[in-house]
Design a protein around this ligand. Structure first.
Ligand code: 13P
Length: 251
């Protein structure tokens, strides 16, 4: 049985005061014991969030890391080992905003994934198709290619130490959610791709759905057999909404 997980990706949102407020409100939430909950603040706030959540079961992650695990001369980047040192347990790799706006390739994402593992972090590998790709019938091909490159570099066994997040680009921040069936189809294909190489890994690897998840649609999505929780953007900035999504995952 895979444990449910709900993760909040705060993206490039927040000021010192709004982050303090959000943490305070999160601490007021009644969160279920049977769900792993994590937040991904902008790196600037990681230390503060780690400290504020130290006595809780919530984990903290980075939103990206450098392609190398160790420190070095790489202005503006953050090494996975530095995230680990700051108290992070996880890191997002390959979010579509970084792939599409910042030009991160499948190859670079695979290197970042490996760097995350090397530092002892759990990588959350984000995959997903654009609207154009979906309309061209290329969804499964695109997602499979994004996943294959990571498996090629890190090996299939590594996937059991990672989390996958399926986030259709057309559903991110648009209010358009994939239907539970649309999401399930892709999640199932991802699990079959893992199973083709290792059935045990496919059984244990958690696959989260992301893209306009709200309290109102969470239960339906999380009820699908291959959806193990959610990666939440906009709604994670509202503690009540995020708390309700976590509770939906626990039911
Ligand atoms: P929204 O929940 O705002 O659609 O964002 C999803 C996402 O990109 C999480 O990483």
């Amino acid at each position: 049985m895979r444990r449910a997980m709900v993760a909040g990706n705060w993206k490039m949102h927040g000021t010192r005061s709004s982050v303090r407020e959000l943490i305070g409100a999160l601490l007021q939430q009644k969160l279920p014991d049977n769900v792993d909950v994590a937040v991904f603040p902008p790196s600037l706030f990681i230390a503060e969030v780690v400290q504020a959540l130290a006595e809780t079961s919530l984990a903290v992650g980075g939103q990206t890391c450098a392609a190398q695990a160790g420190q070095g001369a790489l202005t503006g980047e953050i090494a996975s080992s530095q995230l680990a040192d700051a108290g992070c347990e996880l890191v997002l790799v390959g979010h579509s905003e970084r792939r599409l706006i910042l030009g991160e390739s499948d190859e670079l994402v695979a290197q970042k994934f490996a760097a995350a593992l090397a530092a002892g972090l759990t990588p959350v590998l984000c995959v997903g198709e654009t609207l154009e790709q979906r309309e061209a019938g290329e969804t499964l091909q695109v997602v499979s290619r994004q996943l294959a490159e990571v498996i090629r570099v890190s090996g299939i066994a590594a996937m059991a130490r990672a989390i996958i997040a399926y986030e259709p680009v057309w559903a991110i921040g648009t209010g358009l959610t994939a239907s539970p069936e649309q999401a399930q189809d892709v999640h199932e294909a991802i699990r079959l791709q893992l199973a083709a190489q290792d059935a045990g890994v496919a059984q244990v690897t958690r696959i989260l759905y992301g893209g306009s998840v709200k309290a109102a649609n969470a239960a339906e999505l999380f009820g699908m057999p291959d959806i193990d929780g959610g990666l939440i953007g906009g709604a994670s900035l509202n503690a009540n909404e995020f708390g309700a999504i976590c509770r939906a995952a626990g039911n």
